[in-house]
Design a protein around this ligand. Structure first.
Ligand code: BGC
Length: 471
């Protein structure tokens, strides 16, 4: 009989999954919808189309799935283009539908976290230059006020903007996402307006709902210098301070630093944050490289391919989520929710081990007293993965979705996540079942006990040392 040791998370820890409106709802008409109409933008020219049919009601059955995994929270986003189809005109049907969704969460014992902007914009806003226009923060705040007025009795945990730096770079530096701009100076304008939008929304929510907890979701890359040369670390710091830290630090200091373009002060941004969301997926090496003059001689590359899965994804290092939590705490001492972590893995080959290593690192952070309050896995069900469309290589779901029939099939990781959430922790038994190769490094005592048992059984001797008190 062996000890079933358990890495216990604190009482009240939130466990859930994250989804985003455009990726699951179906039938949206926003700037992504328009982007999808142009061939070449999305994998195989696919369109989000019906997506996961949440808008026509399938959110109910998927919330049942989340509840069956013992999730006590759920993060969704609301779609601005539905709620405000024309400037200043509100769609009561859509607002009522989101009320129904939030009630459905409460009925299943799940605390809602609602994201107010997850990459998509109404067409009318996009036509007015979107986040490039200085009037957009004000319009965003008007929308946020309406949402809080309507949903505020059902939600007090708000996430203003999802991954502002990812949105800025994908849409305005790389041009891979709408509106497909590739201009650094425009990107800087957008970044400043996103900061203004967050700041104004933050203060508006707190005024309407003083007990609300308002944060945003920061995408963090785990960066390492390419090698020991003293030139590599400064190169890495340039990327780190912009991509990982710029938005966050602006909320600490009230000033955003724009590389090569000076500083901009954002009125009232300082301390406009109750918590920070950590979204961690990938690891990259960064270094100085004379072959890249156009990117300030900085080369960013992945240190290794994933053992399986798409080539178009960075290196995996799930345990480094601990370092990310520690780093965030140092940068801005606020409660942290892991608002996304996940892996593209259609056959669920590496996801169980990835999840186990991630949760162990989150446990370590929580038990070293870093203020981590919850974990939201990306994602509940396979969905529309932006420019990757429905490419199966980019299936992130705990549940596999057949997009022809809308059938959902649980992957093994769904069972594992259910066990983790039910136990509010990670046990050696779970590791032994779902990722046995990790057992000896994570629970060396248990693995050792098994070895002794095997050896002594071979000698026909009963092993007394492997019967500690069972928990
Ligand atoms: C985004 C999600 C996206 C996921 C996987 C995150 O950065 O918030 O919308 O699907 O990554 O790529």
């Amino acid at each position: 009989m062996s000890v079933n040791a358990i890495h216990q998370l604190p009482r009240g820890f939130l466990w859930g999954c994250t989804t985003a409106a455009h990726q699951v709802e179906g039938g949206n008409t926003n700037d992504w919808w328009r982007w999808e109409q142009t061939p070449g933008h999305i994998f195989q020219n696919q369109k989000a189309g019906r997506a996961c049919e949440w808008w026509s009601g399938r959110f109910e059955e998927d919330f049942d799935r989340a509840a069956s995994m013992h999730n006590n929270a759920q993060r969704i986003s609301v779609e601005w283009s539905r709620i405000e189809p024309e400037p200043g005109k509100w769609d009561d049907y859509s607002l009522e539908k989101y009320r129904t969704m939030l009630k459905a969460m409460h009925q299943r014992g799940m605390t809602p976290m609602v994201t107010l902007h997850h990459f998509t914009n109404p067409l009318w806003l996009a036509d007015d230059d979107g986040w490039e226009w200085d009037g957009t923060p004000e319009r965003f705040t008007r929308f946020v006020r309406k949402v809080v007025e309507t949903l505020g009795d059902l939600c007090s945990l708000w996430c203003t903007i999802n991954e502002p730096m990812v949105y800025t770079t994908q849409s305005y530096i790389f041009g891979d996402w709408p509106p497909g701009v590739k201009k650094r100076n425009v990107a800087y304008k957008v970044l400043v307006n996103l900061l203004r939008g967050h700041t104004q929304a933050y203060h508006a929510i707190k005024e309407m709902q003083p007990h609300a907890q308002v944060g945003f979701a920061n995408h963090n890359l785990n960066l390492r210098p390419t090698g020991n040369s003293p030139l590599h670390r400064p190169a890495m710091n340039v990327v780190d301070s912009f991509i990982n830290n710029a938005f966050l630090l602006a909320l600490r200091t009230g000033i955003v630093h724009l590389p090569g373009a000076g500083n901009v002060t954002i009125p009232h941004a300082q301390n406009a944050l109750d918590w920070v969301g950590l979204q961690y997926y990938q690891e990259y090496e960064v270094g100085f490289d004379l072959r890249y003059p156009t990117s300030l001689f900085i080369n960013q590359h992945k240190p290794h391919d994933m053992p399986v899965g798409p080539k178009k994804w960075g290196g995996l290092n799930p345990a480094a989520i601990y370092d990310q939590i520690a780093k965030l705490t140092k940068l801005i001492d606020k409660p942290i929710y892991v608002t996304e972590a996940g892996v593209p893995d259609p056959d669920d080959t590496i996801r169980p081990g990835y999840l186990i290593e991630t949760i162990r690192a989150v446990w370590k952070a929580a038990n070293f007293n870093f203020p981590v309050k919850g974990f939201f896995f990306w994602t509940l069900i396979d969905n529309f993965e932006w420019a990757e469309g429905f490419d199966p290589r980019f299936n992130f779901g705990l549940y596999k979705v057949n997009f022809d029939t809308q059938e959902r099939i649980p992957r093994r990781s769904a069972n594992l996540y259910g066990e983790i959430c039910a136990a509010n922790g990670l046990s050696s038994q779970m590791v032994a079942t779902y990722a046995p190769s990790l057992l000896s490094s994570m629970f060396p005592g248990e693995a050792g006990a098994k070895e002794v048992k095997l050896k002594t059984n071979g000698n026909r001797v009963q092993n007394a040392s492997s019967s500690p008190e069972k928990r």
